[in-house]
Design a protein around this ligand. Structure first.
Ligand code: ADP
Length: 272
């Protein structure tokens, strides 16, 4: 928008009633995007008006998980209209800002910063109760930009139970704190696989595929480091239908709401 003054980010204005949560992780593949879309749907089910910003430059998988992979935002005058999903969540993705779908986002700091501001300020979000941002994994440019533009955003850190994942998750949390953002809690994903054979016999047996304790460890470390309580918000088991739901564009909170994974996700959303 050459020459024009930048539009203000509505969520950064004093008195904004929108709660902004950035979903962060230390590394990719821990289920950050899956958690983001399911929390969005759980919050929408609870009657909140929800928007999702997919700022994951490497993944940008949120539109596909929400069943709007082929949708493009429309433009009304100089405002971008976010893409509505069937469940009433509004979405904008960094992938939607690329001219061609197959193009790789090879942007660096300033370009990413502009893309983030565009998704926050130039999109007509309306009156949202909650805005969720799916951040790229790690402690990179987007996380720093977000901290500069929206220091009031609160951060949810997603990790797996694994030691190595927990260590990098702590770094992502510490980065948020350096940007003066509050870390509201930790989500442990892929916590265990309920053994289906035992379940068929009425017994409960948890297979701890990725080990155990990562979520607790991150919560304890960050609480100590920051001097305030960073709780473990919940643990989500491994579930084939969670993966299938994401692939099919129908997240598990909608497709299988009574499953243990969906129940855990809904309980986490209730705590936000
Ligand atoms: P990230 O955003 O951290 O890179 P994704 O949400 O894209 O991770 O998840 C990576 C893959 O793992 C996806 O295929 C997703 O469906 C799958 N997945 C995530 N969490 C679970 C889970 N609890 N159970 C089964 N599959 C999962």
């Amino acid at each position: 928008r050459g020459g024009q003054a930048e539009r203000e980010i509505p969520f950064a204005k004093p008195g904004s009633l929108t709660k902004v949560f950035a979903i962060a992780s230390g590394k990719g593949g821990v289920g950050k995007s899956s958690v983001t879309v399911n929390l969005a749907l759980a919050l929408a089910k609870a009657g909140r008006k929800v928007g999702v910003v997919d700022a994951d430059i490497y993944g940008h998988s949120v539109p596909a998980m929400l069943g709007v992979a082929d949708s493009r935002p429309t433009q009304v005058e100089d405002l971008i209209m976010p893409v509505p999903t069937a469940s009433g969540v509004s979405v904008i993705s960094i992938g939607m800002l690329k001219p061609k779908r197959e193009q790789v986002v090879a942007w660096r700091g300033p370009m990413l910063d502009r893309a983030l501001v565009q998704m926050l300020a130039d999109v007509y979000w309306g009156d949202l109760d909650v805005l969720l941002l799916d951040l790229p994994p790690g402690t990179g440019d987007v996380a720093i930009s977000l901290g500069q533009h929206l220091p009031g955003a609160e951060v949810v850190v997603v990790t797996t139970p694994q030691e190595a994942a927990a260590e990098v998750a702590e770094r992502a949390g510490t980065m948020a704190s350096m940007m003066h953002q509050r870390v509201v809690g930790v989500v442990e994903n892929m916590s265990y696989l309920p053994c289906p054979h035992c379940a068929a016999e009425g017994k409960e047996h948890k297979l701890e595929i990725f080990g155990s304790g990562g979520g607790d460890r991150v919560a304890e470390t960050l609480s100590q480091r920051f001097g305030y309580d960073v709780p473990l918000l919940g643990s989500i088991p491994l579930d084939v239908s969670l993966r299938e739901g994401g692939d099919a564009g129908k997240p598990i909170v909608e497709s299988d709401p009574t499953s243990p994974a969906a129940t855990a996700l809904t309980a986490i959303a209730d705590r936000l």
